[in-house]
Design a protein around this ligand. Sequence first.
Ligand code: TYC
Length: 103
Amino acid sequence: RPGDNDETELLTKTKPKTKRPPLYKVLLLNDDFTPMEFVVHVLERFFGLNHAQAFEIMLTVHKKGLAVVGVFSHEIAETKVAQVMDFARRHQHPLQCTMEKEE
Ligand code: TYC
C-alpha cells in the first residue's frame, strides 16, 4: 500500500472477527387433534402473519408434519415457543412448538 513501510508488512494480519449471534428456527409440529383454525389463530397472534400466510403455513405443517414459522434470536425464539406452548395448553390442545439452532 502506498505510504506503508516494510515493517508494517511483517505484522501479523488478524481476521476481523465479527461473530454475530446464532439464529434459531421456530418449528410447528403436526398432530391429529389441534383444530386447523386454532393453528391459524396462533400463527396470526404470535408470529404476526396475515390470514393467508397463516393458513398456508398451517397447511404445510398438516401435510408435511412440520414447518419453520420464523427465525429469531435465541431469546425471542424461546419467548415465542413458550407463548405458543402455554396458549395451546390453556386451550387443551396438544400442539407442539420447538426451536432449533440454524446452521
Ligand atoms: N392436523 C390437524 C388437523 O387435521 C391440523 C394441524 C395443523 C395441527 C398444524 C397442528 O401444527 C399443526 N386438525
